[in-house]
Design a protein around this ligand. Structure first.
Ligand code: HEC
Ligand code: HEC
Length: 296
């Protein structure tokens, strides 16, 4: 074994070991490695002292800082639970006006209401509550025209009992089948359709003669005003829609209106009394009242 041999290429000392002509260099560990070893060792020592670290059978070293994640989580959970209990009780007991006047409660109504609506109502009314844009048999709930009324009490009642639903107190929506049931003749229906179209769209007057429209007006006065009102503005007593606005449940083109008057319509809205808790229904009511307020 030779002593103090230096490798001619790298300048390092060799360990003196040699295998098949390959000598092993005595390369020192770089300083930076020692540095990091020391730093991490110091860090872990500090961590053991400050934070919970070593298990001691039934307990563990608690650390000087007294930080306990389990306690922190438990605390947060308790805060959240308390919060929910408080707000749900307030929404349940306070009047619609009181809840509406409280920005914090309304924040919860908007969030929870949006989720409830998405889970239960959006299939029919659309995620934005705009009735899937209309024309498909599902009314918009964001406009200012309502079948049964857009104040909180009316909305709450509609949600509870439904429309043409199985609830004993259900609202009943009956648009008669004037054609199929032979109440009106074919030309009377054509005329009343022409007249109804002009209510929301004066330009539609050019699709029929003034005589036809006048005849349609007479048919309307005799057969339709009992539910849709003298001027076609609808009635929340009968759940009959306003025929003068641009929003249509089933479509406002001549063909759709004809189909409505010929075959009648009986939209079906489920009753939610047995399906959603009173709190959930109240939140949904407040959510819809709030949505309506945001609609111009
Ligand atoms: C199965 C489809 C369907 C579901 C689900 C549904 N609705 Fe309806 N909803 C309707 C239909 C259809 C009408 C209109 C009935 C009619 O034509 O008279 C309606 C009408 C309404 C009305 C009355 C609107 C007015 O102008 O007076 C309100 C309020 C309403 N729905 C709220 C809700 C809420 C809240 C939910 C969820 C809890 C919901 N709906 C779920 C189909 C549905
Ligand atoms: C017994 C009350 C009643 C009478 C009478 C009645 N309607 Fe209706 N009408 C309704 C109701 C309720 C609806 C809503 C049906 C629904 O949403 O399912 C409706 C819906 C309509 C619609 C659909 C509106 C839309 O947004 O798509 C048209 C159009 C209409 N009626 C026209 C007429 C005409 C024309 C007459 C007379 C020939 C008439 N109605 C007579 C109760 C009535």
């Amino acid at each position: 074994m030779s002593v103090e041999q230096r490798d001619p290429h790298t300048g390092y000392l060799t360990t003196g070991h040699e295998w098949n002509g390959i000598t092993e260099l005595n390369t020192p560990v770089p300083r930076v490695v020692y540095f990091f070893l020391i730093v991490t060792a110091l860090f872990s020592l500090g961590y053991w002292v400050l934070m919970p670290a070593w298990p001691l059978g039934v307990s563990y070293t608690k650390g000087l800082l007294g930080i306990d994640q389990r306690a922190t989580v438990a605390e947060k959970l308790q805060e959240a639970a308390l919060d929910r209990a408080t707000w749900s009780k307030r929404i349940e007991t306070e009047s619609y006006q009181q809840v509406e006047a409280d920005p914090q409660l309304m924040q919860i109504v908007r969030q929870t209401g949006h989720t409830l609506f998405g889970d239960n109502c959006a299939v029919c009314h659309g995620l934005r509550a705009d009735g899937n844009k209309g024309g498909k048999g599902f009314p918009s709930l964001v406009g200012n025209t309502w079948l049964w009324g857009g104040d909180a009490n009316a909305i709450a009642e509609t949600i509870s009992v439904g429309i043409n639903a199985t609830h004993p107190k259900t609202r009943t929506s009956q648009m008669l089948a004037f054609g199929r049931d032979g109440v009106l003749k074919r030309n009377e229906i054509d005329n009343v359709v022409a007249y109804v179209r002009t209510l929301s769209n004066p330009a539609a007057a050019k699709d029929a003669t003034p005589q036809e429209i006048a005849a349609g007006k007479t048919v309307f006065a005799a057969n339709c005003v009992s539910c849709h009102g003298e001027n076609g503005k609808g009635s929340t007593e009968a759940g009959a829609p306003d025929l003068t606005d641009p929003f249509w449940i089933y479509g406002g083109d001549a063909q759709s209106i004809f189909t409505t008057v010929w075959g009648g319509r009986q939209g079906h809205m489920p009753s939610w009394e047995g399906r959603l808790s009173p709190l959930d229904r109240k939140i949904l009511t407040l959510y819809l009242v709030d949505l309506r307020k945001k609609t111009p």
